[in-house]
Design a binder for this molecule. Structure first.
Ligand SMILES: [Fe+2]
Length: 268
């Protein structure tokens, strides 16, 4: 059975380039898409202030009226002791979602650190992650999401804020057979394939804090037993473009990506 996942990030209530029109477009487009699951991978707010969280909370309620959602914080959400509002108004800062009929599981992690833009997963959360990955059957797609980027993103200027413990995390992902990683943060969509693992970054869905020729966007993943399609959706126009597609196989009870195709990015 095919399952549709929407990944949005970098919403940024309180940011001067935040656009109500883009937010309204997003809500309408996602309603029309009628996904099975929505992942919000960080930066709902800009300064972590309570009034930004109030707006974010209303937005999340609207998404939740469409389908099940899971949310993790980003660096901006952790500013000014913002995580107390996150926990009160949004909920837990990490999550596990098992979809048996869809053949996938998603683990969400908190990569934020108070008042700094750098991020890390940290030793305790890494141990928790290993424990949870051990519980996921090997024959389904293992997905992990967190806000900061795991790998450098082209066309984003000088590299900064890459996850501080990205090396340790890469080791865990490789050892535990993680297939897909979903990140945000840089406001530039991108996809990399490293060994047999995909790292997919989403753009900013609702702001015009954009780099180069990129546009406000978010990701759509279509997962079934034969493969995974990734589409990039332009929040401004609704235009959908295939970013990547993957064939998958279950060999000796081990789910893996067997071949892939990545398409050209950043075209208007
Ligand atoms: Fe961020």
């Amino acid at each position: 059975m095919q399952k549709k996942i929407i990944q949005v990030s970098d919403i940024h209530f309180g940011e001067k380039t935040f656009s109500q029109d883009l937010k309204n477009n997003l809500l309408k487009q996602v309603t029309d898409e009628n996904p099975d699951l929505i992942i919000v991978s960080g930066d709902l707010t800009t300064h972590g202030y309570v009034h930004e969280y109030n707006d974010a909370s209303t937005f999340l309620d609207e998404l939740e009226s469409i389908t099940e959602i899971h949310v993790i914080p980003g660096n901006h959400d952790a500013r000014n002791v913002g995580l107390v509002h996150f926990e009160k108004q949004v909920g837990e800062r990490k999550f596990i979602h098992h979809d048996k009929s869809g053949g996938f599981a998603i683990i969400g992690l908190d990569s934020s650190e108070p008042d700094i833009n750098d991020g890390q997963i940290g030793v305790d959360q890494l141990e928790w992650l290993k424990n949870e990955l051990n519980k996921i059957p090997d024959d389904i797609c293992k997905i992990v999401t967190f806000h900061h980027h795991l790998l450098p993103i082209p066309q984003t200027g000088r590299e900064r804020n890459i996850l501080l413990d990205s090396g340790d995390l890469l080791r865990v992902f490789t050892d535990y057979g993680v297939d897909f990683v979903l990140n945000g943060h840089k406001h530039v969509p991108n996809v990399w394939m490293l060994e047999k693992m995909v790292t997919l970054n989403s753009g900013t869905a609702t702001t015009r804090k954009l780099r180069g020729h990129t546009y406000p966007s978010y990701n759509e993943l279509l997962i079934d037993e034969c493969g995974i399609f990734v589409n990039l959706i332009n929040t401004e126009t609704g235009y959908k473009k295939e970013l990547a597609n993957y064939s998958v196989e279950v060999d000796g009870n081990e789910y893996s990506i067997s071949s892939y195709n990545h398409n050209t990015l950043h075209l208007p």
